[in-house]
Ligand binder design. Structure first.
Ligand code: GLU
Length: 321
């Protein structure tokens, strides 16, 4: 099979060293199989995305030495396909109107990561309204659409983590497919885009593991192929906190502007991926040493002197295990 992977950043902030590591692994994994990789900017949440961040994504990836096939695309360009998928779900009564709070639905569009996700939806509006119009009339509020999740557990084999099972009841519930202002939500957009772009491999950070539940349910309902999923450990700061797009000091842009040599960063990241000390390398030079099986399964914790050493052109003192 011809492997097609993708980088799918949301241009809602600057990319940081965590993105760099995940994207590097995605790139190595695709190219080591003779595959290709696309760049798709996930800019559906227009209120939080900006052209400035989208430009920075391109520059940061280039600086790191990562390439992609063809022109990059923006998710917002494909709204017709998303509309068609929504129409299909509506006509087959696979979704229902929900007038529950806006913040819950917004969270699902904007931030698919585990720690930001709302609690599993308790099913409040399921079966309450026969149509969007009725939901809006009766409640006096705008209504979102939620997917009627099947009861069965989802089982699949993750390319790194092995056998995974997710339960609709406790892991994801009836998830939104639109916001209350009618915009397609994250799971729908990702599933439709991956299928329409021929993506066969989705390699992303493991905070998105539970996203596989909603995405598999949508793929099954819309007759879309399921890609191979590979979830890799996250990068944590020296206090073992997840890196946020807000932590600008660890952004690739800040490193670029501070004159950090990207080959030193790739050297450190390669080491963190179990490839040993390859010296200062480009991603391409490190490619022959790459094997997914070498990747440590625990989070990659940055040493406290990570930034100061990199800025001084040195390796951070404590290389990750
Ligand atoms: N755009 C999402 C993010 O930046 C990633 C979506 C995905 O890889 O499925 O977190």
């Amino acid at each position: 099979m011809n492997v097609v992977s993708r980088f799918a950043p949301s241009p809602t902030g600057l990319l940081h060293v965590g993105h760099a590591r995940t994207f590097l692994i995605a790139w190595w994994n695709a190219l080591s199989q003779g595959g290709s990789i696309l760049l798709r900017l996930e800019d559906l949440d227009r209120s939080r995305c900006s052209a400035e961040y989208s430009d920075a994504c391109h520059r940061d990836l280039e600086w790191l030495g990562l390439t992609w096939d063809g022109k990059s695309s923006h998710q917002s360009e494909r709204s017709d396909e998303l509309r068609a998928a929504l129409e299909e779900l509506l006509s087959r009564e696979m979704v229902f109107p929900c007038v529950c709070t806006r913040s819950e639905v917004q969270a699902a569009i904007a931030a698919p990561h585990a720690e930001d996700a709302s609690a599993v939806y308790p099913g409040t509006c399921r079966g309450l309204f026969s149509s969007l119009a009725e939901a809006q009339r009766v409640s006096g509020r705008e209504a979102a659409l939620r997917f009627k999740c099947p009861e069965e557990e989802l089982r699949f084999k993750d390319g790194l983590l092995g056998d995974i099972s997710l339960s609709p009841k406790s892991d994801f519930g009836d998830f939104p497919v639109t916001s209350r202002d009618g915009h397609p939500a994250y799971h729908l957009a990702v599933s439709v885009d991956d299928a329409s772009q021929g993506v066969t491999e989705v390699l992303r950070a493991d905070d998105l593991l539970t996203s596989c539940g909603p995405q598999a349910a949508l793929q099954a309902s819309l007759g879309l192929p399921r890609p191979n999923w590979i979830h890799v450990p996250m990068v944590m700061d020296s206090n073992r906190q997840r890196l946020a797009k807000r932590s600008d000091a660890l952004s690739l842009q800040a490193m670029r502007e501070a004159g950090v040599d990207p080959k030193i960063l790739v050297r450190w990241l390669s080491h963190s991926c179990g490839l040993g000390d390859l010296g200062a390398v480009t991603p391409r030079e490190a490619l022959p040493s790459y094997e997914l099986a070498k990747l440590p399964l625990q989070p990659c914790v940055l040493p406290h002197d990570f930034l100061s050493k990199l800025c001084a052109g040195e390796l951070p003192s404590k290389s990750p295990a």
